[in-house]
Design a protein around this ligand. Structure first.
Ligand code: NAP
Ligand code: HSE
Length: 429
């Protein structure tokens, strides 16, 4: 082995940081063989020096300040595993770039907000920022887009990118319990972020989608324009009714470049129960990439956790050790364009769940409203009931969200619809 060692500085020794230290120790021989050089850790930093972490830090220097660590002369690459879009994660990243270091991060929040400016700064300084672990944990989706599919025009990206939401939705279906009960269960199991709204509000998954869209479409990361709706309003009634019609509800991210602009949405959608996404259980993630020439590529795996996320961090470390230098978003940051965001999504069938007042002509009036808005009914089901309102499920033919909003507005004027009408898009895969 002739090359000099790659010297890392790791900031953040929590779930992911500890996992990376363990992998570096466990697989040292394998890593040297694959990169042709040793990979060593010069220094680490976290909030508490005394915390027991179950990892061997012998011979590794400690720094109280992540920024001081990032600036050390004996660090070639900073591994940022603290999290947060502002504060020490951003400061340490900038300090590393300005002192000639590459950066590896798992921090989707940081890159979703500051990705463009950080990528520009890194490229100006001749450094690289890699972020495989930031999207879908152990699934090598960033590599798939920046390398494996780099020759393709990407038509569409879609997927389930937040394991906690998928856990909650699938557990609701299997247990028959309410959202609140399963939310509490997920929290007790430690599945939710410290701020659970990052998960159930769809923000974490939207960060990931915005990063993938930048690579896929050559656009500046635009998290702010992701149409965002979390899973907090999904009820067990919705889950059961969707299942009865042959669907599952997923927090689904979809991004595509349309004639109207860049469409990015992270919203609860129905998918066919028999589709790969429909069969995705528990905390697993799935990302589907559709290349013009490659066709559809389906990637499935653990979206979080110590081992899977550390594995993704390791792939970036290995790239840097091998001297493989790829622009942050797969092309020079200065060449990424400002995509016009569009909220006018492509048309799709929709699922409606209504509580319809049970009196003569009620259904006819609802059907008339739909007909007037040019929304055509594909399938319909009305359940037996012993109250004065009937549960009605409708699957429409393809239509737009705008037309659905229009009919919901008209429905409310009829005074025939009780409760909260539910309208969810059905995504075809
Ligand atoms: P974590 O378990 O909460 O660990 C965070 C680490 O950062 C801790 O070691 C903490 O120190 C340290 N830290 C926090 N603030 C600090 C500060 N101001 N100065 C110095 N150290 C500080 O988080 P994690 O789950 O490992 O996540 C790390 C990153 O990976 C985040 O960006 C997260 O979004 C991303 N990620 C995580 C997963 C996952 O499955 N966990 C999956 C994909 C991506 P102490 O230990 O002393 O408190
Ligand atoms: N909170 C995320 C999830 C894991 O549930 O998928 C970190 O990306």
């Amino acid at each position: 082995m002739t090359k000099t060692p790659l010297r890392l500085g790791i900031v953040g020794l929590g779930t992911v940081g500890s996992g990376v230290i363990k992998m570096l120790n466990k697989n040292a021989t394998l890593l040297s063989a694959r990169t042709g050089r040793q990979i060593i850790v010069s220094a680490v930093s976290a909030r508490s020096r005394s915390k027991e972490r179950g990892i061997d830090l012998a011979g590794i220097d400690w720094e109280d300040s992540p920024v001081a660590l990032a600036k050390r002369d004996d660090v070639d690459a900073l591994v940022e595993l603290m999290g947060g879009s502002e504060g020490p994660a951003k400061e340490a990243t900038l300090a590393a770039i300005s002192t000639g270091k590459d950066v590896i991060t798992a921090n989707k929040a940081l890159l979703a907000i500051h990705g463009q400016s950080l990528a520009l700064a890194a490229e100006k300084a001749g450094q690289v920022i890699r972020f495989e672990a930031a999207v879908a944990g152990g699934i090598p989706v960033v590599k798939a887009l920046t390398e494996g599919l780099a020759g393709n025009k990407i038509n569409r990206i879609l997927g389930v990118m937040n394991g906690s939401c998928n856990y909650i939705l699938t557990r609701m279906e299997t247990s028959g319990l309410s959202y609140d009960e399963i939310f509490a269960e997920a929290d007790a199991l430690g599945y939710l972020e410290a701020d659970p709204n990052l998960d159930v509000g769809g923000i974490d998954a939207a960060h990931k989608l915005a990063l993938l869209a930048a690579i896929a479409f050559g656009t500046k990361v635009n998290f702010a324009s992701v149409v965002l709706e979390g899973i907090g309003a999904i009820t067990i009634e919705d889950i059961n009714a969707a299942a009865d019609m042959g669907y599952r509800i997923k927090l689904l991210g979809v991004s595509q470049m349309t004639e109207r602009g860049l469409e990015q949405r992270m919203t609860p959608c129905l998918v066919s129960a028999g589709s790969p996404l429909g069969q995705l259980e528990g905390g697993t993630n799935m990302v589907i990439l559709e290349g013009e020439d490659s066709g559809q590529i389906v990637l499935r795996g653990a979206g979080a956790g110590e081992g899977p996320t550390a594995s993704a961090v390791m792939s970036d470390i290995i790239d840097i050790a091998r001297g493989q230098r790829i622009n942050t978003f797969g092309q020079p940051a200065s060449s990424l364009v400002d995509a016009k965001p569009t909220t006018a999504t492509t048309s799709a069938p929709f699922y409606l769940r209504l509580q319809l007042l049970d009196k003569p002509g009620a259904l006819a009036k609802i059907a008339a409203v739909m007909g007037k808005a040019n929304v055509s009914i594909d399938r319909m089901r009305q359940y037996a009931h012993d109250t004065d309102s009937a549960p009605v499920l409708i699957v429409t033919h393809k239509t737009t969200r705008a037309a659905i909003d229009q009919i919901l507005n008209e429905f409310s004027k009829t005074k025939l619809i009780g409760d909260r009408p539910v309208a969810l898009r059905i995504e075809s895969i």
